[in-house]
Design a protein around this ligand. Sequence first.
Ligand code: FES
Ligand code: FE2
Length: 410
Amino acid sequence: MTQKHNMNSSLTEKELKPPPNWDRSGLPAWTYLNDELFELEKEELFRRHWQIACHTSDIPEPGCYVTFDIVGERALILRDNEGQIRAFHNLCRHRGSRVVDASKGRCQGAIVCPFHGWSYSLDGTLRGAAKSHTLPDLDQCEWGLKSVEMEIWQGFVFVRFKPGPQPSIAKVLERFSEEVSLYRSEQLLSVEPIECTPAENINWKAIRDVDNEGYHVARAHPALHDLYGQHYFDEPFVNGVSRSYAPFNESAGRMWSVRNYKKFVDQLESPYRELPRAWLYIGIFPNNVLGFYPDAVMFYQDMPFSVSTAAVRGAIYKHPDENRVMRLARYLSTRIDAMAVEEDRQLTLWSFEATRSSAYDGILLSDLEYGVKSYHNALREVIPVMKQKTEPLTGTVSQINSASQSGEVK
Ligand code: FES
Ligand SMILES: [Fe+2]
């Protein structure tokens, strides 16, 4: 790693490097297979940490909404009549139905529950119950939709279902705000609806493990290697965020898509021509990634469904004044990315399969995979039972975890 490759990092050299004689083993196999642990992950990670729900451009007009479901929680992110973005539980106060059923749509003036027809104003207050004479008087605010904690950072809408260890998302991402502001991401426009691609036979952490290191780029991702393989560098997770920086190789590129992508990026107009000729990824613990390219911005996140099923949810956004050259560049970056996603899909399946093999006795991480280690450390800090080398007896995972949190078990 040279100074050049870290010139934008806000971490010290000491924070960037693994300590001498670091423990290179990963999480033990049981942590990828245990249902009781998955229940703790749902509660401690996914309900209590910030999640990217959408970008403000996904809900451009009053009444437009996006829904976001994770680990049994259901959020509705909506733009009200004043243009303000609000987040509610997608849960009717009558009997708990979803008040909107699609992943994206537009309510005309009010939100009307599909079950018995209670209606809510776009600010979440109860407008009226169907056949209200059959019910007691209901206060509009008290019986309005319940709010979900929400914060907007550089155009991205984050939600959190329960209070947790992270401060505000602005604080979490503070050290990137200047670097990211170059991309003017508040002004981005949505291209396609947010997609959620299911992944069978996978534990969500196996997806993270592959994504948290660039050691595999040279061998597994020919196009990414051609684009930025020479200088790619993953910074470790520090305070719940990581930064991976991928300046483009100096060479023109061997592959058609890479060569032409770089050619179009070179032709971008101001202010985009001033952006670094690099791809920048920001990891937000536990499962979100923002990607900043000269031609587009994207997010993706792992959505766990069970200990062995998950999905990857995400979307790509374009710059508002996209011209032909920028569109072509974005087309090619999307294509290069799609190849890498497919290549990673296979690697994650194999990694997860391995945890079920009788021969699996853990992993040995390279210095270039210190990002994986730092991520595992962050997991262990929140859920200390993951420090256990061997699988706890059935029925004891939560108990051991609570004892470790209170310092009774090391
Ligand atoms: S559950 Fe919504 S109106 Fe009955
Ligand atoms: Fe990869």
